[in-house]
Design a protein around this ligand. Structure first.
Ligand SMILES: [Zn+2]
Length: 347
């Protein structure tokens, strides 16, 4: 005969404790269901507030949290679009733009975690300033900074014929940090200061030859509506056509030996101003007149920049030198022989 599993005493004991068990389960269920539920459409601010209030610090590195953090730009509730900063702000809490400015559908490249491999590649980053016939009274510096539209067109035609393909600085860093392949003959075309001729001369020629230009803007000139420089409307039009825009400071000062707040004003303010117009994160900075120190790099890193370009000559880039990317200066008055010689120098 099979042995019974319950005796009358055991049954009585169960009857006695059963109401308590039911009570406990009900209490637990009530507690769970009364927790506020996450709304479906979370804003980044809401996520951050919830995480910081409900999850003990440090946050566990769960896949869900990581995915949320990378899919949406993080920002603090106190972040504003103005370059003014409170003294309590620390470099690690730099604001990134709000996702509301989406004037164009340009996809934002998300960078995978750098894999730590040391890579090196030769990519000429051409540095232009004016694309114009210099005014008759131009001094030697202005003439050197001014490549005539005719000459610029010849240079672009040459690059096209030789099979060069323009890439962006994002592409370069993606190669250096995670090995994302580059085309066989990559080249990057950069234009400093955001002069008006970037729109009237450079832009149509770049489009004609199918090249992407990266334009470094001094944003106070645009804010002031200075007619010698691009307007914000032109920036938006060019960006919609595939051109890239990155900050070159607020008003082009020497950034060496500066305090934290001053650098935030000169770096993060312009970054946000551009991002609000283009809807695309800025990841690169051009040091005004090529001047920088280690603290400038520290602030750039903490503000989520991926790299910065110099005015020093060079075309060889390594994955441990992303904030000292050298460029190839194109001088006004250079003929095609000089241009080709510069392009092909190994260094
Ligand atoms: Zn400049």
């Amino acid at each position: 005969m099979p042995k019974r599993t319950g005796s009358p005493q055991a049954t009585r004991a169960w009857i006695t404790v059963l109401p308590f068990i039911v009570l406990l389960i009900s209490a637990a269920y009530w507690r769970t269901s009364s927790e506020p539920q996450l709304p479906i459409a979370l804003t980044p601010v809401t996520v951050q507030t919830r995480l910081t209030t409900t999850v003990p610090s440090p946050l566990p590195a769960s896949p869900t949290l990581t995915a949320t953090a990378t899919a949406t730009p993080t920002c603090t509730p106190t972040a504003t679009a103005t370059p003014t900063r409170t003294p309590t702000r620390t470099p690690t809490r730099m604001p990134t733009p709000t996702p509301t400015a989406t004037s164009t559908p340009t996809p934002t490249p998300l960078r995978p975690t750098p894999d730590g491999v040391l890579r090196q590649v030769r990519v000429p980053i051409l540095m232009y300033h004016h694309i114009e016939d210099p005014p008759p009274n131009a001094d030697p510096i202005r003439r050197d900074l001014s490549v005539s539209p005719r000459e610029f067109k010849r240079q672009l035609r040459y690059l096209k014929q030789e099979g060069y393909e323009s890439i962006t600085l994002n592409d370069l860093v993606l190669f250096l940090t995670v090995g994302k392949p580059l085309p066989p003959k990559p080249i990057i075309l950069t234009f400093d200061d955001g002069y008006q001729d970037a729109y009237t001369q450079a832009f149509p020629l770049l489009q004609r030859f199918g090249f992407v230009g990266t334009f470094f803007l001094v944003t106070s000139f645009l804010d002031a509506g200075n007619p010698d420089y691009l307007s914000w409307e032109q920036v938006q039009e060019m960006h919609a056509a595939g051109m890239k825009f990155e900050p070159h400071s607020y008003d082009h000062p020497d950034l060496r030996n500066r305090g934290f707040q001053y650098l935030v004003f000169q770096i993060v303010g312009p970054k946000e101003a551009i991002e609000e117009r283009t809807g695309e994160p800025c990841r690169f900075f051009a040091y005004p007149s090529g001047r920088y120190d280690q603290f400038v790099i520290d602030v750039l890193r903490s503000a989520h920049f991926w790299g910065a370009v110099l005015t020093e000559q060079g075309a060889l880039h390594t994955s441990d030198g992303l904030f000292t990317l050298r460029r190839v200066r194109i001088h006004g008055g250079d003929d095609m022989d000089a241009f080709i010689r510069t392009l092909n120098l190994e260094w």
